[in-house]
Write a new protein. Sequence first.
Length: 103
Amino acid sequence: MSYRQPMPPDPKATDAAITLGQYIREERGRCGLRMYLEALGELMPREWIAELSKRLEVPIPPEPPPFDPNLGLPPPPPPEPRQKKPDMEKILQLMQIMGSMKG
C-alpha cells in the first residue's frame, strides 16, 4: 500500500480507539466524540473511521479535503480586531457637557 492509503489498524488498536472514544464521550459528550473522530479522520483510513463511528453510535464525520502539497498550509485565521482604548479627553469633555446640561 502507498503512504497515502495506510493499512487499517489491527483489532487491538481498534479496541483501544473505541475505549478512548467512550471515555471522551463521558468527559466531553457527543461533540467531543465528533471532534475525536474528525481528528482521526485526517490521519486514518475512511473505512476504519466508519467502523469506529458505527461502534460508538455517532455519525461518520465529513471527509477532510484532499491534501495538496503544492498549496501548503491553510492561511491562519484573521486576527481579532483590537478594541480601542477609551480616549480620556473625549470622556472628560462628554462628562463636562453632561454636567452643564443638568444645571
